[in-house]
Design a protein around this ligand. Structure first.
Ligand SMILES: NC(=O)c1ccc[n+]([C@@H]2O[C@H](COP(=O)([O-])OP(=O)(O)OC[C@H]3O[C@@H](n4cnc5c(N)ncnc54)[C@H](O)[C@@H]3O)[C@@H](O)[C@H]2O)c1
Length: 280
């Protein structure tokens, strides 16, 4: 679906690739950009910054809460009308501990945001899109959704779930001959700050590259896109290599199984004053 002339909603649109895609959508002539994010201060700043490029509407939403999603959906509909393109981009990584060291809360947060969040948002919009006979849903997953990765078992699980769900919905719509399309994006590590500290044998991607390729995949109605292209061979190699050989090549030789050892995650750029912290 063309970006030009359409309303685009991006969850997690205040940071990383979500924010860059928002800017690029406006540059491509989107009629309106809608940003949903959990970070109220970042929404204000992003709306102010991007409004120079076109019409931008921001709304606080915690995508892991159906009630919060409902409120954002109703308010957005009232303020902006229909959404043509939905990009589910919000996501988190909690830590680099082994699974045995995680807490119930880590499990709940990771799956609620990375897997169920996109489902809650999509459930609201897919009905509208089907009724209108047009629309595009893009889900940002991860190559961690095809690999088994130590010290990111929860993240990997949440993204395996996201890929399975997203691509199943694509097939459902296709079989119904619906004009509504689904694109699943599975990028390798991106240099946004989310995975700061990792040491990767393979090149870490530039955020602009992933944002550009994602929007192009939407415009070309691609069903599934691994970034870079070589990600498409992961499943093939898992299928043909014995487990021990796959572990040796990707885990030991390419270092994928130690990639999280030095993970720090994004450090807050600015220390918020105490009064602001409370308001958050
Ligand atoms: N950075 C990477 O290496 C990488 C690699 C592959 C896939 N991804 C995926 O791409 C997406 C974007 O990654 P990024 O690096 O740009 O992340 P980021 O941390 O820069 O941005 C994520 C945004 O999501 C928002 N968010 C977090 N929880 C939320 C919630 N409950 N409700 C609404 N908004 C919420 C945050 O406030 C933030 O603005 C994520 O889904 C991530 O899992 C990232």
């Amino acid at each position: 679906m063309k970006i030009q002339g359409n309303t685009v909603l991006i969850t997690g649109g205040c940071s990383g690739i979500g924010k860059i895609m928002g800017r690029m959508c406006l540059e491509k002539g989107a009629s309106r950009l809608v940003i949903w994010d959990i970070n109220e201060f970042a929404i204000e700043a992003t709306v102010r910054e991007l409004s120079a490029l076109g019409s931008v509407y921001g709304h606080k939403a915690d995508i892991s809460s159906p009630e919060s999603v409902d409120k954002a959906y109703v308010d957005t509909k009232e303020a902006c009308g229909d959404v043509d393109i939905l990009i589910n981009c919000a996501g988190i990584i909690t830590n680099n501990k082994t699974f045995a060291e995680q807490t119930d809360l880590d499990i709940i947060r990771t799956v609620d945001i990375n897997t169920k969040g996109a489902m809650f948002v999509t459930l609201r919009y897919i009905k509208d899109m089907k009724a209108r006979g047009c629309g595009h849903i893009c889900n940002i997953t991860s190559s961690a959704g095809m690999l088994s990765l130590p010290k990111m078992a929860l993240y990997a699980a949440s993204k395996w779930g996201a890929i399975g769900w997203s691509d199943s919905v694509r097939i459902e719509l296709q079989r119904e001959k619906s004009p509504v399309r689904v694109t699943t994006i599975a990028p390798y590590f991106i240099n946004t700050g989310m995975f700061d500290g990792i040491r990767s044998f393979f090149k870490v991607l530039k955020p602009e590259t992933v944002a550009r390729k994602t929007l192009r995949a939407i415009e070309h109605n691609r069903g599934y896109k691994g970034i870079p292209f070589t990600q498409h061979f992961i499943r093939l190699m898992q299928g043909i290599f014995p487990v021990k050989l796959f572990d040796f090549l990707f885990g030991d030789v390419c270092g994928l199984y130690t990639v999280m050892d030095h993970f720090t995650g994004r450090r807050p750029a600015v220390k918020l004053p105490e009064n602001k912290k409370k308001a958050c």
